[in-house]
Design a protein around this ligand. Structure first.
Ligand code: NAD
Length: 492
């Protein structure tokens, strides 16, 4: 995909409610491009009244548009058309995504948009596959469970993969017959507006997929608390997830799906096949999107004899990356989302070094050729489980290195006191790999690879404080349904 001029991208702002863009007076939020810090647009902030308008609209559409009651294959057909429109819109949608987020244009167009489309298609296929069960009863009764949509789902998304993260929420919710009100991150508000527009073009009834703009404190909280929101699905930080869970408990004991933070280990044994490939996997898992990935493999645990050769290879791969604006075709290292986030990364690295860590590579701002914030891929050695960079989710391209001598030691180091999102195990020994699969407290374990494929059936979600429930897979579809139990006495 070619470079593009950021000033040429057409932005449509506002909320998207009932199939229309809605502008509003009142408070606005300025939106800056991560690549150069330039404020390029603003969005209205939805207050309680606007949130109510969106949710009420969604509720009316849920009840009266026919979406929930439509033949499921018909709903699937509309969602497949939606996926096709997303795919066909890849050049425009990719630019919109790249312009306002940390996703370089080649990746936004080549991965984010097609992955979003395929996710929608995957859930379209679920629409008529799961309607409930007939249960075993005595001969005089007929027992069953009937799957029903909740009503209006409140979805809240983060900034790191704006389209993909939103699609993981909206696709299963829509396929199951719900209406959705989505609040994107205030830092990346635009690409999902286009997504909602395409849904309506595909035939999703107006009001079934709505987008409201705003921050967490006002708009997010109002959405979560709204009495006509039946379920909340959230992706973001662990701290916000906890606040949302409390708000759900206090506003009608709403069910909640939470996809939260992580501090995922990469465990490498000396027998791991093809060291160059392992190095590429490790480096890729902490530099993709400049480490601003929930499942970033941020803690490298390596068998002592392999530590040096692996570190050297990782350093070489780090040096190959080219920081730059997301609209430049050759960019392979993303900008950091904002100046405060870059300062936070710097702070964690600085304090970890002051506490005794050794800087192997990086540890400084990078020059991306613009006024944006870039950070060099960094490797910190001589750290302990208590080091700040080992404990905290950095959300930047910062890898820590710890060594081990035994399997037991490796497993103990791998377990994080709080997080349990993902882990990678690299070894030629199948038994050992499976012992780690069993032993690791993590929602996903990758063996001799790192990162997901396009196997949407494999769900993703965290153990411990990394989350509750799953995105993707059958589980995410079921989580958008509630099950009614029916027992009929046949003797009446
Ligand atoms: P964040 O928690 O700051 O914000 C996420 C969203 O929540 C935003 O839309 C924000 O406006 C909203 N929000 C903030 N406070 C709120 C409140 N009190 N009530 C309701 N909504 C509120 O997270 P972020 O910085 O946008 O994203 C980065 C975080 O997301 C990282 O911790 C990362 O690990 C996590 N993440 C997790 C996954 C996963 O699948 N587990 C995927 C991507 C990102």
């Amino acid at each position: 995909m070619d470079s593009f001029n950021p000033n040429d991208v057409e932005i449509r702002s506002g909320h998207y409610i009932g199939g229309e863009y809605v502008e509003a007076d009142g408070r606005r939020i300025e939106v800056a491009r991560p690549s150069d810090g330039v404020v390029y647009a603003s969005v209205p902030l939805a207050d309680a009244g606007m949130v109510d308008r969106a949710v009420e609209n969604a509720w009316q559409a849920f009840r009266h548009s026919g979406w929930a009651r439509m033949a499921p294959r018909e709903r699937a057909k509309i969602l497949r058309r939606f996926a096709e429109l997303v795919e066909a819109d890849a050049p425009a949608l990719g630019r919109l995504e790249a312009l306002g987020s940390t996703r370089p244009i080649a990746q936004a167009t080549g991965w984010d948009v097609p992955f979003t489309a395929e996710g929608i298609r995957f859930y379209a296929e679920f629409a008529d596959k799961l309607g409930g069960d007939v249960t075993a009863t005595d001969h005089d009764h007929l027992g069953m469970t009937i799957a029903e949509p909740y009503g209006v789902i409140g979805a809240i998304a983060p900034w790191n993969f704006p389209l993909v993260m939103a699609s993981w929420k909206i696709a299963p919710a829509l396929a199951a017959g719900n209406a959705v009100v989505l609040k994107p991150s205030e830092m990346t508000p635009f690409s999902v507006l286009r997504l909602a527009e395409l849904a309506v073009q595909a035939g999703v009834p107006a009001g079934i997929f709505n987008v409201i703009q705003g921050d967490g404190r006002v708009t997010g909280e109002e959405l979560v608390r709204h009495p006509k929101i039946s379920k909340v699905t959230f992706t973001g930080s662990t701290r916000t997830g906890a606040a949302i869970m409390a708000a759900c408990a206090n506003s009608g004991t709403k069910p909640v799906t939470l996809e939260l933070g992580g501090k995922s280990p990469q465990i490498v044994f000396a027998d791991a096949p093809r060291l160059d490939d392992v190095a590429r996997r490790i480096a890729g898992s902490i530099t993709g999107n400049a480490g601003q990935v929930c499942v970033a493999g941020s803690r490298l645990l390596v068998e002592r004899s392999l530590a040096e050769p692996l570190a050297e290879r990782i350093g070489k791969l780090f040096a190959e990356l080219k920081p730059g604006a997301t609209w430049a075709a050759g960019t392979t290292l993303s900008p950091i989302i904002s100046a405060p986030q870059a300062a936070r990364i710097e702070g964690i690295v600085g304090r970890t070094l002051e506490a005794g860590a050794t800087l192997r590579f990086g540890g400084a701002r990078a020059d991306g050729g613009t006024d944006g914030a870039f950070y060099t891929p960094t490797l910190l050695a001589d750290v302990t489980a208590g080091s700040e960079a080992v404990r905290e989710e950095v959300f930047g391209p910062v890898l820590t290195l710890q060594t081990f001598d035994t399997e037991e030691e490796a497993l103990a180091l791998a377990q994080h006191p709080d997080y349990g999102l993902a882990a990678g195990v690299h070894t030629a020994d199948l038994g050992r790999a499976l012992r780690f699969v069993r032993g690791l407290e993590a929602g996903t374990v990758w063996v001799n690879r790192y990162g997901r494929t396009s196997d949407f059936m494999i769900p993703t979600g965290g153990y411990k404080r990394s989350g509750i429930g799953k995105d993707l897979g059958r589980q995410a579809y079921e989580a958008n349904l509630r099950f009614k139990s029916v027992l009929i006495d046949l003797r009446a």
